[in-house]
Design a protein. Sequence first.
Lengths: 256, 321
Amino acid sequence: MIALASIALETFLRLRRDKIFLPAALIGGGLLGLSGLASYWGVEEFFKILFDLGTSVYLFTGTTVAIFWGHKIIADSKQEGSLEVQLASPVSRSVWLLGKFLGLLGGLSALAVVFLIAWQGIYLGYGIGWLTAKDVIIFLLLSLSWVIMGAVSIFFASISQGAVALFCSIWVFVLGLLSAPIMQTLAPDTPPATRKAVEILAGLWNLHSFNLGSYGGGAHFVSHFELLSRAAYGFLLLGFLLSLACFFFQRKDIVA
Amino acid sequence: MSQNFILEIKNLKKTYDYDLFKKPQTILSGLSCGFLEGQCTALMGHNGAGKTTTIRTIFGLIKPDAGEVLFKGRPLSRKDKAHIGYMPETNKLPINLTCEEILLHQLRVFRPQALKSRHYRDAVSEKLKEIGLWDHRQKRVGKLSKGMGRRLSWAQATIHRPDLIILDEPMSGLDPLGQKLMVSLISKLREENVSIILCSHELYFIQDLCDQAHILNHGKLVFSTLEEKDAESAPKPRHRLVLSGCDLSSLETLRDSSRLPEWTSVQVRALRIELNFQQYADAMKWLQASLLKGFLVVDFKKSSQFDEDFLIQYFGEERSA
């Protein structure tokens, strides 16, 4: 446990000092602020625009950083060779990978806190008051999609070269965003087999499941069961991706 | 084998066949060798002989196709790695962590039994002072010079007080001052009876520090001082006395007048004279006589006399990358 915590702490420190942290926090916070302005000047309902733009900014900025960091924490260790030294220790490869993931989780949490503070700033700026539990849940669930994409990136980085991992992760992210809209827009004469395949893919890999932005500001919200199902789906994905990463990483020769 | 090995490698085989379009490349072809407890053993070989692959296999970084690694007589487990230190050829340190953070992390990961966790910070401070990096403790690795990085790598490899330490080209990138410090650090470990495996091409360094030597060629052991047949053909160890403040004629006079034993060989340098003896007793007699005569004793030590010609006959052809 101490070793795991130490690896996580080391990774978190490295991410916090990473050059991308400050620009990401500033750009994300700034864009969230802009979404507040856009909704104020918009012709449609204030909260709809605010949440549509806000959650998109939150999702895209956070996910980009998660993919970049997930790839970076593994690729940098390979490149600078510290991976070799760290794995020449009594720590197992799975613990090392898990420690890296926990460090990433810490880094992303710090970024999420910055974004939430920016969101709270918008609320206070428009005299809406404090964030409600529902608002926090919406952003927490969105943050889960960051973490999942971080795990995807770690998985690819643990089995392939840095650039390949980055490329694959970005496309898996795009697939996660497109799978549900593609399913919904299938033509009625689509062959049943194709429809089934698309439905299975969209059922397994659909990042929209974590975006409850459409409920922001309104009186309605998803039921507890649905909320828990979405969270459980996220944690299952996380578990699956990390297990897969550990499985392949365990068998790999470290020649960095 | 009856010898007391801290680490033993048995019939290690490894072939790289990652690339579909390239011919599989055999790096280790049935390598077997042992490393004696409490001794410093040199692991030598031409570039591509399989030294680094051997080290990586010891640590489980590379999975061998066949063979095993024994630590203190039993198969090396993950927990056994807590008793082994590793200093790689180049500085492989996380660039945006400070010296202090790296060493603290190392202790938390290795968790040496002899040290309680509340004393980790003291151990780190002590180590940083020992290697002269105390004033740079808050500096990130990326800001350190190469020599400082080497010293930090050394600290990382030894802070958990391992029973065995594997050093891969420890002198690489060090200036003369850094080399001197490294030699003194390794010598100190030898005095503490820590077993050392030393991969290096620096012959003078191997001569001064190593008790045993293995030479690899194309993934096989071709020479070992632990093998009887090789040991017989190997150059005999010598005892070296380096003097200053005298010339060769005064030494010859001293030899004749005091009936001192004949030296095996002598080398006259600019300001120094190096005398070599096969017997320790002979060297000691010369040491005492030199001190009485008031000559300045620059160095007195045992070395193994592996010279370049000796090594070249075993190194053979370099493997292509």
